[in-house]
Design a protein around this ligand. Sequence first.
Ligand code: ADP
Ligand code: MG
Length: 451
Amino acid sequence: MFELWTEAVRSIEPLVKPAHRDLWLRPIECVGIDDGRIRLRAPNRYHKEWFEDNFLPSILKDLETRANRVFTVDFEVVEEDAVSAGHVAAGSYRPAASVVGLPAMAPAPDLVSRYTFDKFVVGPTNQFAHAAARMVAEAPASRWNPLFIYGGVGLGKTHLLQAIGHEIHRQHPEWLITFVTCEKFVTDFIGSIRRSSGTSMEDFRARYRTAPDVLLVDDIQFLSNKDSSQDEFFHTYNALHYAHKQIVLTSDKLPAELPGVEDRLRSRFTWGLIAEVETPDLETRVAILKRKAEAEKVNLPDEVALYLAAHLKTNVRELEGALLRLAARASFHGQAISIEVARDALAKMFASAPTGLTIETIQREVAGYFDVKLHDMKGPKRHRAIAHPRMVAMYLARKLTKMSFPEIGGRFGGKDHSTVISAVRKIERLCGEDPTVRSVVGTLEGRLRQP
Ligand code: ADP
Ligand code: MG
């Protein structure tokens, strides 16, 4: 009688992608057929539902034709309790591992020890991402799966990602938590295809698809334009997601804005929760500096913290770097950290930046090139002959100075930061589309970059 089931399943296999066969068909077990009732067993409720929606109708149709009768189906779900409780307990839903005798304690995840929640300073611009990360760490795979954290460079994405890992490990020491940079995932994958790294595809898949209870992937934008790695990641994602394992991803762009990433992946990245980290405000920057100084046992006067935070605005990593350099200089010269030392150190830092350009120079150069009056460029006139040079100047100011959008707007006669943002976007887009704009902007940039 079981053969009837096996044959019916086989009849639909050619219609199913091989990866789906392994993932969805194989794990469904037929435990009995009698008197028009089929008893099936699924590893968990999600699996059952997916199977019922996608495969069961075709299989039943084949079966009923062969047997020339109607059947009813009863499902058993192995993990019913664990799933409805919010997550699948590790170990129980890992038959393969328990056969080999998995130790009760999983190895500690490979994480930077200071990237914990208690070392993360919360402010208005990262509050949401922080709360989301906390919730996921408290109840992995229950509601927000995946968590997708995105934002600019040096704003704490990796820190939050690893903090989740630390916290889950603390609460569930028996879980296997896998942290990987996307770059390493890709390298490992390629290594396993070529077997150059000594790992086979099976090892690779065991490591990323089967073993983890939690998968943390840093800088997922690295998948852009890497087709076969994307495909592999797609299956990794599916396997883990349907097995109810928490996935957390970080990226420098929103899913919809990731270039060269397949739609099916992009859409999966939006299944859970998306949280942005933005540049911290002044108070938060000061708090971050103080926290860091404390951790490094550096004596940082308040006025110096404020001075640094006021000058280094866009990137927390840069802020921390400045503090450490300052501390090193002060201790080298046997001085205490003071405003003077800070000013001196910052001047050196900015001097080594690619441009010491001022926005006035940029405005003058652009106005001269397009032959428009400087005060028109800063004024309210909107016709194209003025608006276009203005946008180019805003774009170059953003690219070549450290000024923020509101600051740039202020220097163009008090324009709103959103005007600057759309100008920058527009010129970026035109540079991609229009060779003339590209060459004009390139020429101006070249001139401005010359010492
Ligand atoms: P990203 O991954 O977004 O590029 P990181 O997580 O690597 O940024 O953060 C850069 C540095 O700044 C790290 O040393 C991190 O600890 C620190 N950092 C960023 N945001 C915060 C914060 N809110 N509180 C404390 N440290 C922070
Ligand atoms: Mg990072």
